[in-house]
Design a protein around this ligand. Structure first.
Ligand SMILES: [Zn+2]
Ligand SMILES: [Zn+2]
Length: 140
């Protein structure tokens, strides 16, 4: 928690129990979480928190570059603590989201494309994940 508080201060983010709880949960979680899921988790530690507060804090952490919002599933956003840039794969069968490693294209290394400055990028793939794909090819 001290490390996170330090990180917040470095980014000029006011340290609040909700933010500490939210961000530490995102760091610990190895999956991508929706605001609802985060809210449910945090509620067990901080019962007074509301979904609106969760959204407001996610938005702030996103603007500060600590949290990544993943909009792979059109109607719904998922969140993760920002780490190495990577793309995402959504399985249409089981709805699971996977991190996938794809080589970074040259324009991303320069942070520029046709004179536009790139600040962020997202790559989404859709299909059947390896588990579902394997299952389908088995004899029924
Ligand atoms: Zn699947
Ligand atoms: Zn991810």
């Amino acid at each position: 928690m001290d490390k996170i508080a330090e990180l917040f201060r470095a980014q000029k983010i006011k340290v609040t129990p909700q933010r500490l709880c939210l961000y530490s949960h995102l760091l610990d979680s190895k999956t991508h979480l929706s605001a609802d899921e985060l809210n449910a988790h945090i509620k067990s530690e901080l019962p007074a928190i509301s979904l609106g507060t969760v959204y407001a804090n996610l938005d702030l952490l996103k603007r500060k570059g600590l949290v990544e919002e993943i909009k792979i599933d059109f109607g719904k956003s998922y969140y993760e603590a920002r780490n190495q840039p990577h793309h995402h794969f959504l399985c249409r069968k089981c709805q699971r989201i996977y991190d996938v490693d794809v080589p970074v294209c040259p324009s991303l290394k320069d942070h520029e494309v046709e004179g536009h400055k790139i600040e962020d990028f997202q790559g989404y793939f859709y299909g059947q994940c390896r588990q579902c794909y394997k299952r389908k090819t088995q004899v029924e």
